[in-house]
Design a protein around this ligand. Structure first.
Ligand SMILES: NC(=O)c1ccc[n+]([C@@H]2O[C@H](COP(=O)([O-])OP(=O)(O)OC[C@H]3O[C@@H](n4cnc5c(N)ncnc54)[C@H](O)[C@@H]3O)[C@@H](O)[C@H]2O)c1
Length: 328
């Protein structure tokens, strides 16, 4: 089974986005090896048709062995910590996991058959921007989490020459929703994701919803983000990998829909779905930037891709229906 020269390693494949990427890879009949330490990932998100290895990206020799033993040709590297506020308080934890972990994976590619690496980066590398942002904008991360993603990008670009792989850097905007299969969705609650939090609140009788900061320089004072459905994002990974295989050219792409919604707007939509919601305005969270949404021109030109779930109500409803099924 693993003798094929097209085996794909997915780090963080037991996580929210990773499990959706794996689901689509499996649908495309790919051979998938998942590497995850289950720190924020879950056994029940692990696809039964994939090989699961419980391991840590901080363990370079173990990764090197896995890449060799399973004859890996492509890596989709999603494993990371991603709590923006926690990163400010515990920089060392984020440095070791996100930066050193990524470096380990890249160095484990030395003398291997790895030809392609797809990396989960983030719009947080841009820092404060007014309106839409294109891939050409010079990165200027404001928070430490964004900095770790920026460093990850730099390492990939630098080492791609040395170890002769092509890369696809995907700068995700805000990811939400769940697969139509009903089998996977976001479980982890520690990341502070707005739509996940609203989905949890949707199960309460009289939910109190917190909005962090209403004094930002935006139209209504709350933060503006670009929300992309997780199944669309997973699809981008499949297209991106095909692009690397067929064109043999590296790329950096924004992954958003190109439309910004403020937290207040999202909560207002939620209030139309769920009755009796009380809003509590709180202080800003450290590390949050005022507004960011994607310029998608390059993305459309390079991948020639159209989203299937470009509808914010549908995204919110999809997250809620997953939450209803979830038995913590
Ligand atoms: N969710 C978003 O909105 C968003 C936005 C931008 C970027 N990202 C990036 O997408 C990636 C996936 O995020 P997610 O939302 O699926 O979160 P997640 O927590 O569900 O997934 C991360 C996975 O990585 C695993 N992991 C973490 N550290 C590890 C380590 N040292 N060794 C092995 N496995 C490890 C976790 O157990 C988890 O399964 C991350 O790199 C994140 O920075 C996410």
């Amino acid at each position: 089974m693993f003798e094929s020269s097209k085996n794909i390693l997915v780090t963080g494949g037991a996580g929210y986005i990773g499990s959706h990427v794996v689901e689509q890879l499996i649908k495309n009949k790919e051979t998938v090896i998942i590497l995850d330490n289950l720190v924020t990932g879950y056994k029940k998100l692990v696809n039964k048709k994939a090989k699961f290895i419980k391991a840590d990206i901080k363990n370079k020799s173990k990764i090197t062995k896995i890449i060799k033993d399973y004859n890996i040709s492509s890596i989709i590297h999603l494993a990371a910590y991603l709590n923006v506020s926690e990163a400010e308080k515990n920089k060392k934890k984020y440095y070791t996991n996100n930066i050193i972990g990524t470096k380990n994976i890249l160095e484990a590619c030395k003398n291997s058959n790895v030809k392609n690496i797809v990396f989960s980066s983030s719009c947080s590398i841009y820092g404060n921007v007014k309106g839409s942002v294109s891939e050409n904008k010079k990165p200027n991360p404001q928070g430490y989490y964004g900095y770790t993603k920026f460093k990850g990008e730099e390492l990939i670009k630098k080492l791609s020459h040395k170890y002769k792989f092509k890369y696809g850097i995907l700068r995700y905007f805000n990811v939400a929703g769940a697969s139509d299969s009903g089998k996977i969705g976001e479980i982890e609650t520690s990341h502070g994701h707005l739509i996940k939090n609203l989905a949890i609140k949707s199960l309460e009788k009289k939910p109190k919803v917190k909005i962090f900061g209403n004094d930002y320089k935006t139209n209504d004072g709350t933060c503006v983000r670009d929300y992309i459905h997780v199944s669309d994002l997973a699809d981008i990974h499949i297209k991106g990998l095909k692009y690397l295989n067929n064109k043999n050219k590296s790329f950096v792409l924004n992954c958003g829909y190109g439309k910004g919604y403020s937290v207040q707007q999202i909560v207002n939509i939620f209030k139309r779905i769920k009755k009796g919601v009380e809003i509590q305005y709180q202080q800003r969270r450290p590390g949050d930037i005022a507004q960011v949404y994607a310029n998608t021109k390059k993305f459309k030109r390079v991948l020639k891709w159209k989203p299937k779930y470009f509808d914010i109500k549908l995204i919110i409803k999809s997250a809620i229906s997953w939450e209803k099924k979830l038995d913590y």
